[in-house]
Design a protein around this ligand. Structure first.
Ligand code: PRP
Length: 209
């Protein structure tokens, strides 16, 4: 039995490569255009970030690496045994700088986001009526173009917000890269999954914490 691992080619990929390499585990070349790559007895799938937990939940992949923001949004039924300790970001509500949004929130508002479910839960918890405009990315331009009053999005350095005239109004949650595991694989392939987790957690010599 061998393991299939879902990855996305986004911002978490180089961190995943570093962890696999530290664990003495094979990893596909970063510049490949092949979407299914077999290397050193492992099979890797390259998929969109939001699809990583979907492939894992359905058992097409045994494991995956994705941001905690991703499975919060998809609500996928997967095990999350390991915080990989990198890719730390903030999920925030942001609005145009000097819009006065931070001081006085509109009672009805339009929110542009890739994270429709996370945003819905956030606004419902505050009793606010929010119309969610679901976009696939580049949400920072939506307020300036009149598509939305504010955005819910990930912030790493804050540069994208700044360069598009937005500021953080509220922090919704912090996120990081996680290993997600299929529930059935965790039983059926217990020894292989446990060995991979051990190497990712402790490195190939079992030395790091
Ligand atoms: C993310 C996020 C922001 C940007 C924030 O986008 O959606 O646009 O990074 O990073 P910063 O705070 O360091 O400027 P990403 O590049 O992951 O692509 P996306 O637009 O497809 O979500």
């Amino acid at each position: 039995m061998s393991l299939t691992i879902a990855l996305s080619k986004g911002r978490l990929l180089t961190g995943a490569e570093a962890l696999f390499s530290k664990g003495g585990l094979p990893f596909p070349p970063l510049d490949t255009r092949q979407l299914i790559v077999e290397v050193g007895g492992l099979r890797f799938l390259f998929v969109k970030d939001m699809d990583v937990p979907v492939y894992v939940e359905h058992g097409v992949a045994d494991l995956g690496v994705c941001g905690s923001d991703v499975f919060q949004e998809t609500g996928s039924d997967v095990l999350v045994p390991l915080d990989l300790g990198y890719g730390r970001c903030r999920m925030v509500l942001a609005a145009p700088t000097s819009s006065g949004f931070a001081e006085s929130w509109p009672t009805t508002l339009r929110v542009a986001t890739k994270y429709a479910n996370v945003a819905r839960v956030y606004f419902e918890a505050r009793g606010l009526a929010a119309e969610i405009v679901k976009l696939q990315g580049s949400v920072e331009i939506a307020p300036g173009l009149g598509l939305a009053d504010c955005i819910v999005d990930m912030v790493e350095t804050g540069r994208t917000l700044r360069e598009n005239g937005l500021e953080v109004v509220d922090e919704i949650t912090t996120t990081s890269a996680r290993l997600v595991v299929n529930r059935a694989s965790d039983h059926i392939k217990r020894a292989e999954v446990a060995a991979l987790l051990f190497k990712l957690r402790h490195g190939k010599d079992g030395a790091s914490s």
